[in-house]
Ligand binder design. Structure first.
Ligand code: PEP
Length: 251
């Protein structure tokens, strides 16, 4: 199945209101690339304002709680994200898994909660450098998928998987196209097992130090349906260069 490439910016804990100007510029640029689906996940504090201005990009959260509401100080639920204009949420980013001790079971519960609230979900998976060096990359990623993917029938159209080798995130080191092809093929095979034909709708994004210089090569790899971009998504100049690598500008 062919898809519009999906380019998602993860702003992490970056961005004050003054940076909304960059988001507006990204939105204007994305409007000239209708063959590319573009999204930004800013910090919670900017979602409402960014969503209000956006008509060519989707705006989403970087995380959500698995409960709908309650005594969870500092957390934000999927329904709250939706309420302020988010249409998707990222779950299981390696920084959440490592720094907030999020297990696969927690990631799955968050994904389920987000789908129930009507959000699309990007589930992140990826191996550490130690795991790769030990020859365990495929096994680790497949086990993460098995335990963290939501399984409710009929939801595949709302799911995206992001393969992000941990050692490539924010390091300037990028997985080789051959390794990306191997990992994406393994992920596709797991999606076939979980979702059968329905799973063909699920895009698999690559993430890890994607920039304007390497995007064309990475996006050309089989089964790479787009990119999850951290650092290079923070300015319109660098992010739109990746969008341009994903698809031509409309006249
Ligand atoms: C990310 O945070 O998901 C990411 C891929 O970051 P970077 O592009 O900076 O490596």
């Amino acid at each position: 199945m062919s898809h519009r490439p999906f380019i998602v910016g993860n702003w992490k804990m970056n961005g004050l209101r003054s940076q909304l100007a960059e988001a507006r510029a990204i939105n204007r640029g994305a409007a000239r690339h209708i063959g590319v689906r573009v999204a930004i996940a800013p910090p919670f504090t900017l979602i409402a304002a960014m969503a209000e201005d956006a008509n060519a990009i989707a705006v989403g959260g970087q995380d959500c709680h698995m409960a709908q509401s309650g005594a969870f100080t500092g957390d934000v639920s999927a329904a709250m994200l939706k309420d302020v204009g988010a249409t998707f949420v990222i779950v299981g980013h390696s920084e959440r898994r490592a720094l907030h001790c999020e297990s696969d079971a927690i990631v799955k519960a968050k994904a389920d909660a987000a789908l129930a609230a009507g959000l699309d979900v990007i589930v992140c998976v990826g191996e550490t450098e130690v795991q790769r060096d030990a020859g365990q990359a495929e096994a680790v990623v497949c086990a993460q998928l098995d335990a963290s993917l939501p399984t409710e029938a009929g939801m595949a159209g709302h799911l995206t998987v992001a393969y992000e080798p941990v050692w490539a995130i924010g390091t300037g080191r990028v997985a080789s196209p051959a390794d990306v092809a191997t990992m994406h093929a393994a992920i596709r095979a797991r999606l076939d097992v979980h979702f059968a034909d329905e799973g063909k709708q699920i895009r698999i994004l690559y993430g890890g130090s994607v920039n304007a210089g390497n995007a064309v090569e990475l996006l050309a790899v089989d089964e790479v349906g787009g990119a999850l971009v951290g650092g290079a998504s923070l300015t319109a100049e660098s992010f739109l260069a990746i969008v341009a690598a994903a698809g031509p500008q409309d006249d």
